[in-house]
Design a protein around this ligand. Sequence first.
Ligand SMILES: [Zn+2]
Length: 283
Amino acid sequence: MSEHASMYPWPQGKTSAAFISIDVDADTPMLWRQRAAPQPKYLSEMEQRQYGLRAGIANLVAVLGRHGVQATFFVPGLVAARNPELLPGLLENGHEVGLHGFAHEATRDISTSEFGEALERSLAVFVAQTGRKPDGFRAPGWELTRDMHALLGRHGLYDSSLAGHDHPYTLDGVTELPISWSREDTTRFKITGLDARWAPTSPVVVLEEWLFDWEACAQAGGLFTLTLHDWVSGRPAPLRVLDALLARIRQDETAWIATGAELAAHDRRLPPDARASVVSTRD
Ligand SMILES: [Zn+2]
């Protein structure tokens, strides 16, 4: 069992890794919140969110393309079903597509069987549109119960919703690509109205923060998972943050920039004694 991040065996002489992930939420979290209403009444947040599909995703794909970086886009089944060109387009650009609930169901609002139904419905959409089963899953809101987590394992999916290590690990038999709230854009940039709980952070500050975080993570030999959202980070100033961050990471030849599927496959190929394998704490 590896207790230190620096002990994690990255491939081909690499000593750290970066995982660029984009959650294509579009309007689904808002629709889920307002699911009891016949239709959303107000336009303000809806229009902010529509920006992602109108422009944000294409902008993000363009910046990634300039750096030759392949990312993983986690897409709710409903967003894919309503935009049938989305998944094939992302795959054509060399990116990975992964699952992110069907209607971006908040996992605290649903039962295990509802979670399972959303997973099956999403898998059907992904298989119909791309011809294959996706490799990975990310939970809306980064929350899961043990039973939901076990269902991911039964489907052979990797998960990227939890944060129990600085590098890939196996939790209760499921490959985990750890996330981080400190490398996430909505807590910095997302303001949907006057009732916002915080002011937007300057992109200049966020860039400095993420560069600092990258350097600390790389030195510790860990996995730097960045989580962006189509409608938040697809705008000009946050795009510059991504552009500068990728330029910095790419300067480091010992950094492996990989998709979730590549990271999970690497971790699963490691001999059992080189893998960080843990069981969740139980009462
Ligand atoms: Zn989401």
